[in-house]
Design a protein around this ligand. Structure first.
Ligand code: MLT
Length: 396
């Protein structure tokens, strides 16, 4: 008799953002036409930049011409994009080569797919609060997980210790949901720990473009990372590709475990399981790495950073404690008045029509916290900040 994957029985009833959308739908059914100020899921509000749009249009025209048409793309990515991404690293003195870059359809897809490389008997380490897809993908696979707690006591940046036992380490910096950013010292501690034990770090760098202080943006800035880390990146937040879908992964050729080269295994995996990302999207992605593209994406990032400033100012004025927001597009705030995080969600939705994300959705230690995304429409963000201040400014 066929046995479905039992791990699915251990999942929560619904994925965090799916559950939130259901709550929003229910609210809308009772309040037709109500405007909601959406600071929940980290979805961008600004359109793709001009350089990307022009490249996409051009690529569509290529597909209409016998001379420029492309059929199947190379499974690991088009050379023009792999080279552009490698140059993006090399320009920062990081010796990544094009054949260590793999083009993907997005970081979340990739973070799930990469688990194919590791035996199910391996143990994954999750630092909670954590992006819930890390946890769910491992539950689905039937993998054992161990947890480390991130909290104000360690500035939401836990460090390894000798008692810890794990094979796969999820590190996200700038962090979703807390906005904490690892220093070189933190990353070095994890890299040394992983190299000593033969573990592998899955470094989620989806928010690297938001680092504006002197902090690492890539794990490959850390000596020794090339023998223990895989870096997973996304154009979703960097360049507004949430609905367009494009990302990339850097898998160094020095990454070898038990005599097996992970990069070669990944090539074998991709060439079997995918037919590559579409030519049109890869042309759009390559435009991000041009001088013009970089300038334009940072114009959008500046708008999101201004959103962060507006929200942080309101929280400062209301005397509410928060983390993140400076080098990350998320603000992680302590719910005022000892409120629970779903209680806070319901209050903000019902009283001021602001939608955020309850901290408990990122793991038990997120209870009592609430995440605000800074990817919203700027006018909506200003209004939401004003409403938050009106609600809490006088009571806290
Ligand atoms: C989030 O809101 O946590 C992110 O948008 C989720 C994602 O990138 O998939």
């Amino acid at each position: 008799m066929l046995q479905p994957r039992v791990g699915y029985q251990n999942l929560k009833d619904s994925y965090l953002f799916f559950g939130i959308n259901q709550k929003i739908e229910a609210y809308r059914n009772h309040h037709p036409g109500a405007h909601l100020y959406r600071m929940g899921i980290g979805d961008v509000s600004l359109p793709l930049c001009d350089a990307v749009i022009r490249a996409l249009h051009q690529a569509v025209d290529d597909q209409a011409s016998r001379d420029h048409f492309h059929g199947y793309m190379p499974e690991c990515g088009a050379p023009f994009l792999r080279e552009a991404i490698a140059r993006f690293y090399q320009d920062r003195d990081l010796p990544v080569t094009a054949d260590e870059v793999f083009v993907s359809s997005g970081a979340s897809d990739e973070l799930g797919d990469l688990l194919d490389l590791f035996d199910v008997s391996s143990t994954a380490l999750i630092m909670e609060p954590a992006y819930p897809a890390y946890v769910d993908a491992n539950i689905m696979a039937g993998r054992k997980m161990v947890y480390l707690t991130a909290g104000p006591e360690n500035d939401f940046l836990p460090l390894p210790d000798d008692r810890l036992q794990a094979d796969l380490i999820y590190l996200c910096s700038p962090n979703n949901p807390t906005g904490a950013v690892c220093t070189c010292g933190h990353l070095q501690a994890w890299v040394d720990w992983a190299n000593d034990r033969g573990a592998v770090i899955l470094f989620d760098a989806a928010y690297e473009a938001f680092v504006s202080e002197d902090l690492p943006r890539s794990i490959f800035e850390i000596p020794g990372a090339e023998s223990c880390a895989i870096e997973i990146c996304s154009l979703s937040k960097t360049a507004g590709f949430t609905g367009t879908r494009l990302g990339y992964t850097v898998m160094p050729r020095k990454l070898v475990r038990q005599g097996m080269n992970l990069r070669e295994m990944w090539i074998r995996n991709r060439t079997t399981k995918t037919n590559g990302v579409s030519y049109i999207l890869q042309r759009g992605g390559a435009a991000v790495f041009t001088e013009e593209g970089q300038r334009q994406i940072y114009e959008n990032i500046r708008v999101y950073k201004e959103n962060a400033r507006v929200l942080m100012r309101a929280l400062d004025q209301a005397g509410i404690r928060y983390w993140g927001g400076k080098n990350a597009p998320y603000i992680w705030m302590k719910c005022p008045d000892g409120m629970g995080s779903w209680e806070c969600f319901d209050l903000l939705l019902n009283e001021i029509q602001v939608v955020g994300t309850p901290g408990a959705g990122f793991g038990a230690c997120g209870e009592g916290y609430f995440r605000l995304s800074t990817f919203g429409d700027p006018a909506d963000t200003r209004e939401a900040a004003g409403r938050l201040l009106k609600l809490w400014g006088k009571t806290t």
